[in-house]
Design a protein around this ligand. Structure first.
Ligand code: HEM
Length: 385
């Protein structure tokens, strides 16, 4: 008798596990591009509509973060972005500091010799390190960490509407190879949740309606949220989205730390601004370097241009180094540098045509980052840098 109950219970449990696995697979696949989706570039007619909606949500989020900051100011050092009254970026709000760098392009493979990589050259550059979440949070929490690179004095017209005379070439990366949302309607719903009932209301709107869950996106988002690194100089960064490299090919970018970069923790390892203090130690020492690499798209492989949730496999196409970023010794955690850092405007479309941003997530970023920079500039009464 006892034997039979045990066998029946095991069978019921087994069936339940199979049903859950099937349900998870169905929900997972629903968040993926349909099989046979194009690897090429294409647009959808609703992009302008969603872009406007997303800008609206981003402004609401920046206002919400500011109200929270005023109500409960964070204990934050030296950075003007820390002033509770500052209108911050709606995401990547917390800066860990900027450093001046050299972006040295050496001899590269002929196929990559396009745009700023066309010939050996040493560009002056400024790098902004950030954490991804809205608002000013302690560094001890899980988060994505951003690396925005601005090459200065790059001649030639740029793509950003209204800013074609800009002299910068920007490259924007974070410490994860994929972005967790695939389409603009989904991003719009996500950003509304971010500024409203919280992100879980997007991933799992109701416990009782599993059909509305975004299981794959939740998994990808969880991968993006990494524990605080020992150093921003010893982690790797990826663009996640694709870019043209000249007229006939597309690439993704990655920035890899040199093996000799080593963490230099501040005296108090529990400091909520650990990453700012550690970065300042790195800058004061000088000598850190990173390889800037490109990964070309290979036809016939799963390397879509329009879907930033797909990691381009390095087995299908390895990264090749096209430049070395070198950080000379400097005092970076100064009032003047922090003010400049806060007021920088990064945009993937601060770009030569040779490095044109590609894909829906990049297209929305043109107007979105520009609108947010305009918003911050006008509200904070600062000049664009
Ligand atoms: C696909 C890969 C992406 C990467 C690697 C990335 C990375 C970054 C980084 C590093 C920053 C900070 C820039 C700075 O230091 O000023 C940033 C800012 C921002 N990101 Fe992204 N991002 C990505 C996609 C997106 C998407 C799809 C959206 C929204 C649809 C988005 C919305 C924003 C916004 C609104 C800002 C603030 C802009 C500002 O106020 O200047 N990002 N992102």
């Amino acid at each position: 008798m006892f034997h039979k109950i045990l066998i029946r219970s095991a069978a019921v449990l087994g069936a339940l596990v199979v049903i859950l696995a099937i349900a998870a697979t169905i929900l997972w696949r629903r968040d993926m591009a349909p099989s046979g989706a194009s690897m090429a570039e294409y647009t959808t007619p609703d992009e302008p509509y969603y872009t406007t909606q997303i800008i609206d949500s981003a402004i609401q989020l920046s206002l919400k973060s500011r109200a929270a900051q005023i109500a409960q100011p964070a204990d934050y050092k030296d950075d003007p972005g820390a002033k509770p009254t500052t209108y911050l970026r709606d995401v990547h709000s917390k800066s860990h500091g900027c450093v001046l760098a050299k972006f040295n392009v050496g001899a590269v493979q002929d196929r990559f010799a396009q745009g700023v990589f066309a010939q050996p050259h040493s560009f002056d550059a400024i790098l902004r390190f950030s954490s991804g979440k809205p608002g000013v949070n302690s560094d001890s929490g899980r988060d994505a960490r951003g690396l925005a690179i601005k090459l200065l004095d790059v001649s030639g017209p740029k793509l950003l509407s209204g800013e074609t005379n800009d002299t910068a070439q920007d490259f924007i990366l974070m410490n994860n190879p994929t972005f967790f949302i695939r389409t603009l309607p989904e991003y719009q719903a996500f950003s509304q949740a971010l500024g409203g009932a919280g992100i879980m209301s997007y991933f799992m709107p109701s416990l009782w309606h599993p059909s509305a869950w975004h299981v794959r996106e939740l998994y990808l988002a969880a991968q993006t949220e990494k524990p605080r690194p020992a150093s921003l100089a010893t982690i790797r960064y990826w663009s996640a989205s694709a870019y043209a490299l000249g007229p006939n090919q597309f690439v993704k970018y990655s920035v890899k730390p040199c093996p000799l970069n080593k963490p230099l923790p501040p005296a108090n390892k529990r400091d909520p601004d650990y990453l700012r203090l550690e970065l300042a130690n790195q800058a004061a020492k000088g000598g850190d370097c990173f390889d800037f690499m490109v990964q070309p798209q290979v036809m016939g492989k799963n390397m879509p241009l329009e879907d930033t949730t797909v990691n381009w496999s390095e087995r299908d196409s390895p990264f090749s180094s096209v430049a070395r970023i070198e950080i000379p010794a400097q005092q970076n955690n100064t009032a003047a540098m922090n003010e400049r850092c806060e007021n920088l405007e990064f945009n993937p479309w601060h770009s030569l045509a040779a490095h044109r941003p590609v894909g829906a997530m990049n297209r929305v970023r043109e107007a979105l980052y520009q609108a947010m920079a305009d918003f911050r500039r006008s509200k904070n009464g600062v000049a664009y840098q």
